[in-house]
Design a protein around this ligand. Structure first.
Ligand SMILES: C[S@@+](CC[C@H](N)C(=O)[O-])C[C@H]1O[C@@H](n2cnc3c(N)ncnc32)[C@H](O)[C@@H]1O
Length: 434
């Protein structure tokens, strides 16, 4: 058995119903319902099932041996049990698997009734493999995990003091002031709202739940990260309110006007910012907010820093620069404010960290906040960036008094706006090997 999830209880389950209302296909427009499995699930799905099986070991689940055996030496594919628990499908007949409770709303997993459509997803394999390996290792045993311990401490803070999303809640080691500015901007929208984290292993989504969000979604293309998020959520008793979804920020599988709060913690710079900006505008409610704490590409300094210190991870991302920020602004359509942080402190702290001299996180945050407060000349050269954006309130919502404008007019406008962004998923698309 895979871990028991809301998806197992059938389509009349209230949580499943509300999850389905929140989700959509990666085209950004097509609603999803539970549909029968295709005749032949894609080989990649079997591979993924085998890959994630060890991370599910501490949980009740289907025996990993049987999954692994199915991949390497199993009987003919048609005779194997389906690795997915459920399938979600669009009215046009495109189907996506739900694996280990996680809807895989990535174009690479799109099927029709017969089998995989063979669409390639376009993400960097090297990058996905790196984050997958790291997160699966952590997901296999979260009991003594430091991040989980930190989240537990915040649960107590939230319960006892009610001070939410302040300095205590900041965890970015070198981007603390940027994260704090983002959290403070998002805070008024969190309580009772729907909060989404783009990329990563769900710690921000979980914090938004601890801070009073009604439900949260973590969208990442890395299934291991989603399993890790789910493991944290289970340990914290928040699993019923956290929905882990495999998807990308450029093809957000979330319904138009469904999100109050959206946060990228060091992930926006991995994305095509123009596509992401259009998606943020589409999914946010009227008055909904997004924020991102990201590295900023300081001309010359970044190149020199990378040459001197190397890249911290074996991935190909680049910090945000003026062109990518402009693309985000243009695509979002609303107001996007940016601030730089850490001009004089971030690179030195990074260099010390690489040399094994890590300042205590709280001390570094204080020092960097002090630098922010001084507003020194040259502080615009800071290599840490905070971005905040707000979706314009819809006049229609004000007219009818809707707190959240999940308005039909908004949906219609959005669906034409995103048309240029559609991943190449179509029934007539080129097929992969069956
Ligand atoms: C440097 S890590 C940031 C980790 C993060 N701070 C966390 O909370 O775990 C970069 C992240 O970018 C995310 N990412 C990469 N490409 C993405 C995409 N197209 N859409 C959404 N997230 C993406 C991955 O999930 C990865 O975790």
């Amino acid at each position: 058995m895979w871990p028991k999830t809301r998806w197992e209880t059938g389509s009349d389950h209230p949580l499943l119903k509300s999850d389905l209302d929140l989700l959509c296909a990666p085209d950004g427009t097509s609603a999803l319902t539970v549909v029968p499995a295709p005749m032949a699930p894609s080989p990649e799905l079997w591979t993924l099932a085998a890959h994630v099986a060890p991370a599910l070991a501490p949980l009740p689940r289907r025996a990993p041996e049987s999954v692994a055996a199915g991949v390497t030496a199993g009987p003919a594919r048609a005779a194997r049990p389906d690795p997915a628990q459920h399938w979600l499908g669009t009215a046009a007949g495109i189907r996506y698997p739900v694996l280990a409770g996680i809807p895989l709303l990535l174009s690479g997993y799109a099927h029709d009734a017969a089998g995989p459509l063979g669409v390639t997803a376009g993400s960097s394999r090297r990058e996905l493999d790196h984050y997958s390996a790291v997160s699966l290792r952590l997901a296999a045993d979260v009991a003594d995990d430091q991040t989980l311990a930190g989240l537990r401490a915040l649960a107590t803070v939230a319960e006892r003091s009610g001070t939410l999303l302040d300095e205590t809640w900041v965890d970015a080691p070198y981007d603390g002031p940027a994260q704090l500015r983002c959290y403070e901007f998002l805070r008024p929208m969190v309580r009772g709202g729907t909060a989404v984290q783009i990329g990563g292993s769900g710690t921000h989504a979980l914090k938004f739940l601890l801070a009073g969000a009604a439900r949260a979604v973590i969208v990442s293309p890395v299934v291991g990260e989603l399993l890790l998020a789910d493991a944290f959520a289970r340990a914290l008793g928040l699993a019923d309110r956290l929905l882990p979804v495999a998807g990308t920020g450029e093809h957000l599988p979330l319904a138009a006007g469904s999100v109050d709060v959206l946060y990228c913690g060091g992930t926006l710079h991995h994305l095509d910012t123009a596509r992401a900006g259009r998606q943020f505008a589409r999914v946010l409610t009227a008055g909904g907010r997004f924020a991102a704490a990201e590295p900023w590409k300081v001309p010359l300094l970044h190149a020199a820093g990378t040459r001197l210190l190397g890249k911290p991870e074996p991935v190909d991302c680049q910090p945000i620069d003026a062109a990518r920020l402009g693309a985000l602004r243009g695509a979002f359509g609303g107001r996007v404010d940016d601030h730089r942080h850490g001009a004089f402190t971030r690179y030195p702290a990074l260099a010390l960290g690489r040399a094994g001299l890590r300042l205590p996180a709280r001390t570094l945050l204080r020092v960097m906040l002090r630098e922010d407060a001084l507003e020194l000349p040259g502080s615009a050269l800071g290599s840490s960036l905070s971005l905040t954006g707000c979706q314009a309130p819809s006049p229609l919502a004000a007219e009818v008094g809707l707190p959240h404008a999940r308005a039909t007019a908004g949906r219609a406008a959005d669906s034409t706006e995103t048309a240029g962004d559609l991943p190449a998923v179509s029934v007539s698309g080129e097929r992969g090997q069956r």
